[in-house]
Design a binder for this molecule. Sequence first.
Ligand code: GDP
Ligand code: MG
Length: 664
Amino acid sequence: MKRTIALVGNPNSGKTSIFNELTGSTQYVGNWPGVTIEKKEGTLRKNKHIKLVDLPGVYSLSPYSPEEIVTRDYLVSKEVDLIVNIVDGTNLERNLYLTSQLMETGTPVIIALNMIDAVKRSGASIDSDKLSLLLGMPVIETSAVKGTGLENLVNTIADEHVTASKQFEYSPEVESALSGITALLPDAIAQHARRWHAIKLFERDQNVLIRMQLSDEVKNKIEHIIATTEASLDDTSEGIITNDRYFAISNIVSQCSIQAKIQGKLTSSDKIDKVVTNRWIAIPIFFVVMWGIYYIAIQGIGELTIGWMEWLFADFIGANIRLLLESAGTSAWLTNLVVEGLIGGVGSVLSFVPQMMILFFFLSLMEDSGYMARVAFIMDRVFRKFGLSGKSFIPMLIGTGCSVPAIMASRTIENLRDRRMTVMLVPFIPCGAKLPVFALLTASFFSGSAWVASSMYLIGIIMVIISGIVLKRTKAFAGESAPFVMELPSYHMPRIKQVAIHMWERSKMFIKKAGTIIALASVLIWIAQSIDWTFASADPSQSILASVGKILAPLFVPLGFGTWQATVAIITGLMAKETVVSTLQIVLGTNGADIIGLHDVFSPLSAYAFMIFILLAAPCIAAIGATYNEMKSKRWTFAAVLFQTSVAYIMALFVFQFGSLLIR
Ligand code: GDP
Ligand code: MG
């Protein structure tokens, strides 16, 4: 028979790391809270009959946030045979609060006392045997990163004799109230779940109350019991329960752990944080870091790899395939379609893959070391000043890779208005697919300056803030933002394996896109630019593509790029942002860094305005789809796209017109 094991724990306690180790999958591990939003399933590597479920991280089982609701509903309603509670050993007291609630679900619990390496390194120690005795459940010391204790954990999971743990004892007044309520529960509630339901009713948990459909008589009796206990202990029932739990936990913790932190002594994490989260220099440091990354990706490595990649696609693959096709007697038209359209278009995008990989490498490094969580923390300070929710910044950080998962990550924002706003503003953050556009244009107009490319990052963030301030003043978005509480995970040396997996997972998506959607788009664009409406072959400027581009091109004249070539690049960019590059390559018939055709359609100023437009305008179709999924409304999705495109238009207009004045 198949058994189901749920992994439950606080955010950032290492659930996904353990899940990956035990199942051999490569789910996303992130060094900040809120990375796992939906539950993920897998089977144990060593025993296919055991199903493992990775749940979103929660601090408690009181349903205050979407993650808590997903986790709790799953634990209570579905058949879970065993809960593996991942406890962050460096934060024992807070983590055990959740444990105390898990014990009450009536499902057997075992503890994986994780991060044991970090506990030992800090000089602290935890007596896990004693902890096991006091809690009445197996406690296994683990380190997901070092791989220690995992075998032991697997054996304990596979052991079917682990039974429901002993119950958590409350003060005598509460215990007598609980037995009073338990006696009133309907018979339909199974024996093992009765205590949990009694506690939830005592806490006046509305979700549970509504679901149980008790008669008014029973409800009144229960309310009477609660009110009596509240009067005698002089606190709300929820407060009483919480206090009791904390009291018992701190008692347990003091019995089995020795803290290392001597008063006043700073850990090295604290020392680094004093600098990188400093009120005055935190943001400058962040931009220096981003600039450095763009410098290496675009200016440093880029200049090298672009040459190689150009050689690979144009001189090697393109030229040889042309020879091959010609010698096979293929028509000139088809040969050109394959070489100029398909290979040229796909190649122009793939040329930027090494640079994208460098960008992703550094982003993963920043994330895994714990620095990204600090960025979210400092941005929260800025955002809050403007009345925005700091929680929006985590989706924005994810958006540096791709807007689609970023839009999905906004699901962790409880407040509907803030969530909608985040979904609308996330695409302003330059995603990986926009990098080729920036790299191409900075290479041809600004000698590859990292300043120009990284300024896109700055403009993206500034536009998020300005739009946020403006939108908050409208009726649809007004209102208090939910407070954002996030603990900073401690720094650790990034693990190369983890960073490599991230980098590869992100890059793979782009390579896949180049082979599918961009290949298809390149072929269609090549055809559309080589025939006219009578389907006769034609000069590009008389082609179907040109005639379509020319209809909309006048709109972009005030922005400095009102040519049909730029216009069709913008339109095809809706499929995927890399298509902007492949389209320009096909319609201008150029390649790589020294593009003469580009200089016919752009000036440095209009190229910059064009980059701003691509940065801010409607994202690709996949991101629009994700927006629709989160908004669940066509009107809101349309409003988002319209808003983004209008902001893009206004900003590009402003930059081009103002810039023209200055340059003259
Ligand atoms: P989740 O949010 O609970 O799913 O946690 P993750 O698995 O995403 O891990 C959060 C962070 O803690 C990541 O940076 C992991 O590399 C790190 N981590 C996980 N387990 C351990 C461990 O045993 N020791 C140490 N030092 N770090 C760990
Ligand atoms: Mg996770």
